[in-house]
Design a protein around this ligand. Structure first.
Ligand code: ATP
Length: 352
């Protein structure tokens, strides 16, 4: 399937069969993946699934027990962290508190003995690039969380790394600023054109920011693909139960509409967007079997309400747009299930 143009598009980062244990705990289990030059990759997985370990092995801060790490086609296993041409934004690698914004960003350049006037020019242009113009002389304690994080990005970019690694870069920032900073970082990374890999346990962050998502589970790579591929076709049971806002139903046969299908013994996974809810007196819009249920809870979310509806002893999550007539807790409603995933061993099958 190789085409002529593919030869120029060799992966920028490649991990091959990486294994890493801490004592008898295997933190990386045969990890292999590739990253295209210039792309922004999100490493996503539950806590303890080995995301940070992968990032640290790539950075050279941790040594793999076996396997190969290639950056730009070059085997880097035996190259120390500071010679790999990587920029870091790690939680544990905070700003220097006793240094100004300017000095924090200049730090790596001074270590490299870059001439003074060159540092001056470079740092000032980075300060502009990350939107901190005029704040050169501030100390970290005089900045907001979002501003501090921008300084960390500028500092990581100062030495012009070929690869940027970010460990939970938005974790310490409040929700509103986090959202702004995410899209700002995505734009910045695209503008600078630097290959970047970030760790997150927040699926909406990975979905909104990344070009490619790599999902980790128990130390191995469960799945890799674009956010849309992974969301709309989760394929494995693990990803189906991990992505979206799943309701997991161990006995789908309790629903009338599914009692006739033979797979009723397997587990079903429902997402809110697969379910519609109507008031009992609202006209039917779907030619599918419906169930009735009782609304237990209602959470206002701005554009819609998230309702928890009990149907046949199962609590389902369903969204109701604010533009439709209000449904309140205690009310009996009608539920339409338009689609679901059935889990068959490791595989998930969509049932329409
Ligand atoms: P989180 O989202 O919670 O940060 P993670 O997916 O990044 O988790 P890792 O930090 O890679 O997971 O850790 C994977 C496992 O390896 C964890 O169970 C952790 O306790 C273990 N681990 C990581 N580093 C070490 C170490 N230096 N010594 C012992 N165990 C370690």
């Amino acid at each position: 399937k190789l085409q002529a143009s593919d030869s120029a598009r060799q992966p920028y980062v490649e991990l091959r069969h990486i294994n890493k244990s801490f004592g008898d705990f295997q933190a990386s289990n045969d990890v292999s993946f590739t990253v295209e030059k210039g792309s922004l990759v999100g490493l996503l997985g539950p806590s303890g699934s080995g995301k940070t370990t992968i990032l640290r092995i790539l950075a050279g801060l941790e040594t793999a027990d076996s396997g190969e790490i290639y950056i730009n086609g070059k085997l880097v296993n035996n190259i120390p962290a500071n010679k790999r041409g990587i920029g870091f934004v790690f939680q544990s690698y905070a700003l220097f508190r006793y240094m100004t914004v300017f000095d924090n960003i200049a730090f790596g350049l001074r270590t490299k003995k870059v001439p003074k006037d060159e540092i001056e020019e470079k740092v000032n242009s980075l300060i502009d690039l990350v939107g901190l113009t005029g704040l050169n002389k501030r100390y970290p304690t005089q900045l907001s969380g979002g501003q501090r994080q921008r300084v960390a990005f500028a500092r990581a970019l100062a030495t012009e790394p070929s690869l940027l690694l970010l460990d939970e870069p938005f974790a310490a920032i409040d929700a509103k600023v986090r959202k702004e900073l995410r899209s700002w970082l995505k734009d910045l990374i695209q503008r600078v054109g630097i290959t970047s890999i970030f760790v997150t346990h927040d699926q909406s962050e990975a979905i909104e920011v990344a070009d490619q998502i790599i999902i980790t589970n128990h130390g191995h790579v469960e799945r890799s693909g674009s956010p849309i591929e992974i969301y709309s076709n989760p394929e494995s049971s693990f990803v189906t139960k991990f992505i979206g806002q799943p309701t997991i139903i161990d006995n789908p046969g309790i629903f009338k509409g599914f009692s006739k299908i033979r797979e009723t013994k397997s587990t079903a996974v429902l997402r809110p967007e697969f379910i519609s809810v109507t008031k009992l007196n609202e006209p039917f819009r779907y030619q599918i079997t419906s169930e009735t249920g009782i609304v237990e809870k209602s959470f206002f979310r701005g554009g819609d309400f998230e309702l928890k509806v009990r149907v046949n002893d199962q609590l389902l999550t369903v969204n109701r747009p604010i533009t439709q007539e209000r449904i309140v807790p205690g009310e009996e409603v009608r539920i339409f299930i338009r689609s679901l995933y059935l889990l068959d061993g490791d595989k998930a099958v969509t049932v329409l």
